[in-house]
Each structure stands twice: as structure tokens, then as C-alpha cells.
Design a protein around this ligand. Structure first.
Ligand SMILES: [Mn+2]
Length: 361
């Protein structure tokens, strides 16, 4: 049995969870090292507190699975119903126990199936998975660092390509190409290239808008290396940028610099959020900083800890997260700067190196 599964079992014992039910995705990959994408076919994994694991899996995925000697597979063909496996499953699983499900992820047809097996005492699998995943080991951190290197090199390679007259989509395409040839496995979210007035949309996916003189261009993009995500934002000025735009940029720059300096082992994540928020409030733009300061990165682009007023995590060694203050002025422009931070035993380490100064093209 692998180390991660052992740790999961210990946490399950601690939290009095009898069965952990996982769907296709990152939690399952973390615990079993088996990679599946969510599809319309039912795929579930049941990890029981005695360490035995059962997969219910479509026949087409069967060859992909590696099992340890405590695990078994039940499979069904496309012309069969997974419900045919229910009786067999019932014989293998504990019944009427405390069951943890991925409450932010499980879909109705999956939940229906689970409810046919046990119909009481559901709790959130996040209790187990967040505790397991929020502190990364050396290998995970190396992968995130490599994902970050891909991001920085790809943006450097894309900067000369950004000019008045190009569309946002063209810039996103160039950036994604540069990441792919540097071995990124894909993008964890749709690339944001939001120029001019579109910059005020924090999630302004690249559109057909053309880059114009005086635009600030918010570029927020992610890479994936060996499953691990890097997530970066820079705001680039094109042509004749106004004094107001530069002044607001400096507020965001001060907010990211001061909040990163403020990250210390043992502090609450909420305190780090407050540092950036105070800087932006004092400049009079508090109402225009409309999102949390950051989020954990790992196998997912957004995971615990969240750098937010409502998060209750304490900064601990092995945590990896973004810091990304922004100011968004509707119909005018937006600015965001985002770095990725790793917490070592000595405190915060910024694993991005690209300047926070406004890059003017
Ligand atoms: Mn982010």
C-alpha cells in the first residue's frame, strides 16, 4: 500500500470516516496514482477504513488501472448498467456507516448510485483530502516549480508578439503554443487575455477584441507539469498608457509586494489577505478589489488553502499558493499581478522571478 493511502486511512480513522468515495479526478489520482477524466460513464472508487479499495469502472477504462493487492475492480460494458454491480458491491462494502463523498464534485447520477449502497451519514471528503493535499512534498514542489518555469519562459517568448492590431485570441494561442513546446500538458483553465475595458472582467477569457493603443492587457494563464499547476498573471501596457493607469498599477504592485513580505509560518491565511486589502483600501480602490487574494495550487488550479478572509488555514511548510491582488474599474481597465509561493521551513519563497514593474510595449 502506498504512503498516501496509509495517510488517508489515518485521517479517516481520526475523523471517524468508514468509507471514502472518490470520483474520476485529482483526489483519486492523488491517492491511487490512477488518472481518469470525468466522463458520462460511471466511475467510482471506494476506500474502506480497513484499507481495501473497490473500483466500479467502465470496461473501456479497465486496462488503464494499476491495482495494489488490497484493491479489486468491478467493471461493466457500455451495453450494461453499472447497477448490475450493486449486489456484488454491497457484499464487499460496509453498510450503514459514515461515508465521505466529494460534495463539491460528485454528480447526481454518481450520488444516486452511492445512495443505493448506503443512504445515511454522508460527510465531505474534503475533510480527508484537503488535510492530505495541502502540504506538498519535495517532488510535488519540484513539479510546480517546473510548471512556473514554463509559464515565465512562455510569457517572455510571447511579449515580442503582443502589439496593437492583434486579437486577444491570437496572443492566447501564441502563449499556449509556447507552453506546449515547453512540455506543458495543457492549460488548467481557459487563458485570460483581457485588454482595455475587458481587463475589468477578472475572468475575461481571450476574445476577438483587438489590442488598441493605451490598453492595459491582463494575461492570466496556467500550465500543467506532471499533473501540477502553475498559475501566473501579468498586466502589460501597450502604447500610450495614462498616468492614472500607472498610478493604479503601482497600488497593485505595492499590494502584492507587501502581502508576500507578510507571509510567515504560523500566520493565518486571512491575515495575508488583509495586508493586500489594507494597501488597496488606503489608496481608495478597496471597492475595486473584488476577489480573495489567492488560492492553493497543486493537482488542481484552485485548492485549499484559500488566501481569504473566510479561510481558517494557518501558513505551514509545504503549502503552495498564489498571491494575486487586482483592481478592476468597470468599462475602463483592470490590473492584476499574480505570483506563486511555496512555504519552506524558513518561510515564504516566491518561485516566480519575473518583474512586478509595469512592462510597457
Ligand atoms: Mn490564480
Amino acid at each position: 500500500m502506498n504512503h498516501r493511502k496509509e495517510k488517508a486511512l489515518n485521517i479517516m480513522k481520526d475523523k471517524q470516516i468508514d468509507i471514502l468515495v472518490l470520483t474520476a479526478g485529482e483526489n483519486l489520482r492523488y491517492i491511487t496514482n490512477n488518472k481518469f477524466s470525468e466522463s458520462e460513464r460511471l466511475l467510482l472508487y471506494f476506500l474502506q477504513r480497513d484499507g481495501t479499495g473497490v473500483y466500479i469502472i467502465p470496461e473501456v477504462e479497465k486496462l488503464k488501472v494499476t491495482l495494489d493487492d488490497t484493491e479489486i475492480i468491478l467493471s461493466y460494458k457500455d451495453d450494461e448498467s453499472p447497477n448490475n454491480c450493486l449486489n456484488q458491491l454491497k457484499d464487499m462494502l460496509y453498510t450503514s456507516q459514515d461515508i465521505a463523498i466529494e460534495s463539491n464534485k460528485i454528480r447526481l447520477f454518481e450520488f444516486d448510485f452511492v445512495q443505493k449502497l448506503f443512504n445515511e451519514n454522508f460527510t465531505d471528503a474534503g475533510k480527508v483530502m484537503d488535510t492530505l493535499r495541502k502540504q506538498k512534498d519535495t517532488k510535488e514542489i519540484e513539479n510546480i516549480q517546473q510548471a512556473v518555469n514554463i509559464l515565465e519562459e512562455s510569457l517572455e517568448a510571447t511579449l515580442p508578439y503582443i502589439e496593437i492590431g492583434k486579437t486577444e485570441i491570437e496572443i492566447a494561442a501564441k502563449l499556449e503554443y509556447e507552453m506546449r513546446i515547453r512540455k506543458s500538458e495543457g492549460t488548467p483553465f481557459l487563458t485570460v487575455v483581457a485588454s482595455g475595458h475587458r481587463g475589468s472582467l477578472p475572468h475575461g477569457r481571450a476574445s476577438e477584441k483587438i489590442i488598441e493603443d493605451g490598453d492595459l492587457v491582463v494575461i492570466d494563464f496556467g500550465s500543467i507539469y506532471k499533473g501540477y499547476v502553475g498559475d501566473m498573471t501579468r498586466t502589460i501596457g501597450v502604447g500610450n498608457v495614462t498616468q492614472t493607469q500607472k498610478k493604479v498599477y503601482q497600488v497593485v504592485q505595492k499590494a502584492i509586494n507587501q502581502s508576500i513580505e507578510g507571509i510567515k509560518l504560523g500566520k493565518k491565511t486571512a491575515e495575508i489577505d488583509a495586508i493586500a486589502r489594507d494597501v488597496i483600501n488606503q489608496s481608495g480602490y478597496g471597492n475595486y478589489f473584488t476577489h480573495r487574494l489567492g488560492h492553493g495550487i497543486g493537482l488542481n488550479a484552485h485548492e485549499t488553502p484559500y488566501i481569504s478572509k473566510v479561510d481558517s488555514n494557518i501558513i505551514q511548510e509545504g503549502m503552495t499558493f498564489t498571491i494575486e491582488p487586482g483592481i478592476y474599474i468597470e468599462n475602463e481597465f483592470g490590473i492584476r499581478i499574480e505570483d506563486n509561493i511555496v512555504i519552506t521551513r524558513n518561510g515564504a519563497c516566491n518561485i516566480m522571478s519575473m518583474t512586478h514593474d509595469l512592462i510597457l510595449l
